[in-house]
Write a protein that binds this ligand. Structure first.
Ligand code: 3H9
Length: 701
């Protein structure tokens, strides 16, 4: 097999092109290829300098993440060794970057003696998002070229910066505008460096940008404090700060060794395994049974949303944020005005917080057209129905849409629980009908549950997946069942939280266990945020769910405790958002236990965690076996992006695999014996436990 590099001579310069599609990941084969090409260039007297560039869409997406599980990433030449060869090369090496230079790709460029970048490309060190620190000198070299504060921002956030910003900060030496020749510019720069006196300049020798930080002793601790809220529970962001601090306080070689050691420890950690799992889970979710990768999606140039309540308005904002014009309709002017006011208010709050400019807000508002004229949506590429959760109403709407819309329009329902097949059957084109279940608040939450009806066409599914990307969402395709995969598994979790109160726990205890585990909020604070009244109305409308559930929430509703909106719900609120335990609720819970004849007991934090999360895993096993989701990692994405399951734990099914499926099964069996209904181990859980299998390793075929 030929090495995934190309080597050519241009004007006395050896040009090495990384050629490992699709992203030029630095696999062992590519590392070996670059090393060999570099040796060839160094041995050739007719070559004065070297240019490193990327073939295809980008310069390089970094180390091959798949090698981290097998340890092949350590095989020689490993990335630090390769970069050492580049940096110590007696002939100058210039990086010519386009598209993306990430992680190890950025580190490779930092080892070069100069960097040329195509305008508009992106460069960064996203290792932190994989639960890692950059492990090939990134934390030591980036502060030396970009300055410590800016390097911390790049490394700790993991967010790439534009070539323009990288140029302004000193990371990129020359920008090549549209129409310019990237490689020719790099070749010219390489020749200039070769003509200069002395050895080529090494990044490791640059000290001046570190000096600034040495004058600010509090810098690193302040930085740690500044990330406390968003990095809660994560190890990698703090490890990144430690590495950059060492870059400032220790000699380069020591810093490099410290970084390498930290990288290896994190690579083996559960947190990094979980975050790497999440990375691949997102990419896997785009591969859908029956939808071939070359399925051509329908263009979405114009959308319409029916219903301008909280949900409809949020969905309209998603379209506007993505630059897609959208019409919103309502039955009455007053409702339309209320909806538009809500949208306006949401944007204005974002502007006030400094997260959006007034111009951007104006541009978004201009993309949203409110109307009472239902017929005006006739030429929309997609219509999303977001009216009240009522089957008759939805059927009526879809019958009208069928008569009104173009035959190729996608007709979507935002139902969170109703049968998409039944809705589709009211139209003459069920293949164009799909569920698009947004999560509240729709303009914020990243999960989009794409509900595939029995007859939804592959093209419509491909369109929904592409649209979810455009809207900045993570789309997960699920099948039809009551409440679909997300709410169905959520119910398994929240039902147990309710029972725990009857048995002896209090909302503040349950919520603390869940937030200590890493969720941003516990189930009761979430209930208050979403509205106790909203949950109540859903239960009333849909009838009592199958089997018993704790009705303390219904009692709260009857007491007028609707949650944050009434400053009282499961908790009370003085500032509108911080939950404070309320003796009135404690009394209600204790009385409920008495009425049910339950003797309250001390419930350990461990039991609370297991009682809440293992039934959710158990329900996930049923959902998986029924084929409602295609793979367990889809279930993980649903919880990571829909309900704030801590990313560093990978999602419920991944977490179960880490715990051991047999352990989860044994605990569930014990719960079932003690509490009966709803806790019976799922057949798949039992089978995997007995076979020593994992959810990740299971497939239906
Ligand atoms: C690192 O560098 C560590 C070093 O500091 C130290 C080492 C010692 N490896 O995302 P896409 C696959 S850690 C392996 O759909 P896009 C991806 O799974 C690395 N595979 O494309 C997918 O496969 P498939 C730090 C990778 O255009 C296909 O490529 N770097 C890698 O939407 C296409 O990917 C990062 O964290 C990889 N590094 O986005 C960057 N990257 O077709 C990770 C991608 O089978 N990558 N694949 O599903 C990205 O963020 C995006 O892929 C990128 C392109 C923005 C580059």
């Amino acid at each position: 097999m030929s090495a995934p590099v190309r080597f050519e001579r241009i004007d006395g310069v050896g040009v090495i092109t990384l050629d490992n599609p699709p992203v030029n990941a630095l696999s062992i084969a590519l590392r070996t290829g670059v090393r060999d090409a570099l040796s060839e260039a160094l041995a050739d007297d007719a070559i004065a300098a070297v240019v490193l560039t990327g073939g295809g869409r980008m310069f390089c997406a970094g180390a091959d993440i798949k090698e981290f599980d097998t340890g092949v990433s350590n095989e020689s030449p490993n990335l630090p060794e390769l970069i050492e060869l580049v940096e110590s090369s007696p002939k100058p090496v210039v990086a010519a970057m386009h598209g993306t230079a990430m992680g190890g790709g950025c580190e490779l460029a930092l080892g070069c003696h100069a960097r040329v970048a195509a305008a508009g490309m992106r460069i960064g060190l996203p290792e932190v998002t994989l639960g890692l620190v950059p492990g090939a000198g990134g934390t030591q070299r980036l502060p030396r070229v970009l300055g410590v504060q800016a390097a911390l921002d790049v490394i700790v956030s993991g967010r790439p910066i534009s070539a323009e910003n990288a140029h302004a900060g000193g990371l990129v030496d020359e920008l090549v505008g549209p129409g310019g020749d990237l490689v020719a510019t790099a070749v010219a720069m390489a020749k200039k460096l070769a003509a200069a006196d002395g050895p080529p300049p090494k990044t490791r020798d640059r000290e001046e940008r570190l000096e600034e930080a040495r004058q600010q002793p509090g810098l690193f601790n302040d930085y740690r404090k500044s990330i406390a809220r968003r990095a809660r529970g994560f190890e990698a962001p703090y490890a990144c700060i430690d590495c950059v601090e060492v870059a400032v306080t220790k000699p380069f070689e020591e810093g490099l060794a410290f970084e390498r050691d930290t990288f290896q420890k994190l690579r083996a950690s559960d947190q990094s395994k979980a975050q790497r799992h999440a990375f691949f889970a997102e990419r896997q979710a785009n591969k859908v049974r029956g939808v071939s990768p070359d399925t051509k999606e329908l263009p979405i140039r114009k959308g319409a949303v029916l219903g301008c309540g909280t949900m409809g308005g949020g969905i309209a904002m998603c379209f506007a944020n993505a630059g897609i014009p959208v019409t919103v309709t309502e039955g009455e002017q007053a409702a339309l005005d209320r909806g538009m006011k809500l949208i306006q208010g949401n944007y204005a709050a974002t502007v006030k917080k400094g997260r959006m400019s007034q111009e951007a807000m104006d541009a978004c508002m201009a993309l949203i057209t409110p109307t009472l004229d239902f017929d005006s949506i006739a030429d929309s590429d997609i219509v999303i129905e977001a009216v009240f959760e009522n089957m008759d109403l939805k059927k009526e709407i879809f019958t009208k849409l069928d008569a009104l819309c173009r035959p190729d329009a996608v007709l979507a329902t935002n139902t969170s629980s109703l049968d998409v097949n039944e809705i589709a059957a009211t139209t003459s084109r069920p293949e164009q009908v799909v569920g698009l279940h947004f999560f509240s608040p729709a303009n914020v939450m990243k999960l989009l549950e794409i509900v595939r009806g029995d007859r939804t066409s592959p093209q419509v599914l491909a369109t929904a997946l592409a649209l979810s990307k455009k809207l900045g969402k993570v789309g997960v395709v699920v099948g039809v069942c009551d409440s679909f995969a997300a709410n169905r598994s959520l119910y398994a979790y929240s039902r147990q939280a309710g029972f725990l109160l009857e048995e002896g726990a209090l909302p503040e205890q349950v919520d603390k266990v869940i937030t200590d585990f890493g969720f941003p909020m516990g189930p009761f604070a979430v209930g208050d945020l979403a509205g106790v009244d909203v949950g109540y109305k859903i239960r009333q409308h849909r009838g009592r769910p199958d089997g018993r559930y704790s009705d303390i929430a219904d009692k709260l509703y009857e007491m007028g405790r609707y949650g944050q909106k009434t400053a009282k719900g499961w908790f009370r609120y003085e500032d509108g958002r911080t939950p404070i335990p309320d003796p009135e609720v404690t009394e209600l819970i204790i009385q409920t236990s008495k009425d049910l004849g339950i003797e309250r007991r001390e419930i350990s934090d461990e039991e609370i965690l297991q009682r809440c999360l293992y039934p959710l895993i158990n329900e996930g096993a049923r959902i998986l076996e029924e084929g409602i989701v295609e793979r367990s990692s889809d279930m993980d994405l649903i919880w990571l992006y829909g309900y704030g399951f801590p990313r560093y734990r990978g999602g419920p099914m991944f977490w179960a695999d880490l715990l051991g499926v047999d352990h989860v099964y044994e605990v569930m069996k014990g719960f079932h014996e003690a509490h009966h209904d709803w806790l019976e181990p799922a057949p798949l859980l039992e089978r995997l436990a007995k076979e020593g299998g994992t959810f990740g390793g299971w497939s239906a075929t």
